[in-house]
Design a protein. Structure first.
Length: 178
């Protein structure tokens, strides 16, 4: 399983340390918004497959989301959809998009957000924030064509056992390892 390390990745030296510690990829949020050219430098040095843009998105209106930094505490004024498109031109290999509005609610994903991001980049998109049951994941995959789903409390609190979710997804036609 590829391991992605995020949090505090602010320099090429931080990336080297993460990779030497066993990471396969790094997720970058705050440093990327503060200095977008860092993404280009990182992609040139390590390859785009290693660089994941992490975005914490909060809804600001219809079809409008702002990218937050510093673990979702700081506003940036940066439009999420424009930002992911720019980041792709700078060399990222994936986008991990977290809905701050839905994270931890267990009420489902911000499908509109994931669709907007998916339609503006060609790199893989990983959706995060909102899974509370298998139906949420099925609905997300059906509606957005995202490439992967990140789930936390769904498994931490044993809402759905991993083998049961895999069987549910496989029965729905999605490719999973059983």
């Amino acid at each position: 399983m590829p391991m992605t390390v995020g949090g505090g990745i602010r320099s090429v030296d931080n990336i080297v340390a993460a990779l030497r510690s066993g990471a396969d990829k790094v997720a970058i949020n705050t440093a990327a918004i503060q200095r977008p050219e860092f993404l280009s430098e990182a992609a040139r040095a390590f390859g785009r497959q290693c660089i994941v843009l992490s975005v914490e998105a909060i809804r600001r209106g219809p079809e409008s989301w702002e990218a937050l930094t510093d673990n979702g505490r700081e506003q940036t004024g940066v439009d999420v959809v424009q930002w992911v498109a720019e980041a792709e031109t700078r060399g990222i290999g994936e986008v991990l998009i977290t809905s701050v509005d839905m994270e931890g609610t267990e009420k489902g994903f911000d499908v509109e957000l994931i669709k907007a991001v998916r339609s503006n980049v060609s790199v893989p998109v990983i959706a995060c924030g909102g899974a509370g049951e298998g139906a949420h994941i099925r609905s997300l995959l059906k509606a957005t064509n995202c490439d992967a789903v990140c789930c936390a409390s769904l498994f931490h609190y044993n809402r759905v056992p991993i083998p049961a979710l895999k069987k549910e997804l496989a029965a729905g036609g999605w490719e999973v390892r059983l």
